[in-house]
Write a protein that binds this ligand. Structure first.
Ligand code: Z5A
Ligand code: MG
Length: 216
């Protein structure tokens, strides 16, 4: 008899401004998908649990210094070291909800003086391509409640404004990617409901095409 082709998992990346609830929603959405019967696991970048991730963590906490070029390459290497995990998970039929990805990588470094978008995109070319990028915008209210930024590197308003501009440029470069905007103006659980609604259509579609390669 003929075996039915296994439906691969959906690869969803959550990106967005600082403190818009990305990490919260990645965890909630993963639980929600699982409880609705969709096999799903979550990932995050940077993944601070690996050796490379440890170097990134120390840099972000300002406990060590690295040149802008080398930390950019470390962020990218952190994704490449988990590439097989991504492709194997998707191939096994499990969806991935991922907290930040190469778009953050390019947006943050290209916000520093002297970095072109082209140079920044180079190291991430060929990584697994997400089926959907959910971009979270902060509502006025949420942004106001975030007026005192944290102590990590990059957590400064001026820099974050530049990062938001760069995200727009990154979107414009590659029209083959699917971005969906969502403005966070409701409570955490309502936001999870909304995002789940956005994903449900995609989860039920017949994903026969292979996972693509980013920016190739
Ligand atoms: N970076 C880079 O340079 N290059 C790269 O390649 C990558 C990253 C991948 C650390 O990332 C830094 O690394 C980051 C980008 C850079 N620099 N900055 N800024 P990270 O992902 O580890 O950053 P983070 O520390 O997790 O912060 P975040 O991602 O900006 O926060 P978030 O995940 O979006 O928000 P959250 O932690 O889920 O929620 C924040 C708070 O808001 C929390 O108290 C929640 O309970 C609350 N919250 C959440 N949702 C709501 C709603 N709906 N209403 C009210 N309150 C809410
Ligand atoms: Mg986060």
């Amino acid at each position: 008899f003929e075996r039915m082709a296994l439906k691969r998992g959906l690869f969803v990346v959550i990106e967005g401004a600082d403190g818009t609830g990305k990490s919260t929603q990645v965890l909630n959405l993963t639980k929600r998908l699982q409880s609705e019967g969709y096999p799903c696991s979550s990932m995050r970048f940077p993944d601070r649990s690996t050796q490379i991730g440890g170097m990134i963590d120390s840099y972000l906490q300002c406990k060590s210094n690295l040149s802008d070029e080398s930390v950019h390459l470390l962020f990218s290497a952190n994704r490449w070291e988990l590439k097989n995990q991504i492709t194997n998970t998707l191939a096994s039929g499990t969806s991935i909800i991922c907290d930040r990805y190469a778009f953050s990588g390019v947006a943050y470094t290209s916000s520093k003086p002297g970095f072109s978008l082209c140079w920044c995109m180079g190291p991430d070319r060929g990584l697994p391509k997400p089926d959907l990028v959910l971009y979270l915008h902060a509502s006025e209210k949420l942004a106001q409640s975030r007026s005192n930024y944290g102590t990590e590197r990059y957590e400064k308003r001026e820099f974050q404004n530049k990062v938001a501009e760069m995200f727009e440029e990154i979107r414009a470069v590659d029209k083959t990617l699917t971005w969906t905007d969502y403005t966070v103006e409701r409570g955490i659980d309502e936001v999870t409901d909304d995002l789940f609604g956005i994903l449900q259509k995609e989860l039920n579609s017949n994903l026969v095409k292979e996972v693509g390669k980013l920016w190739m």
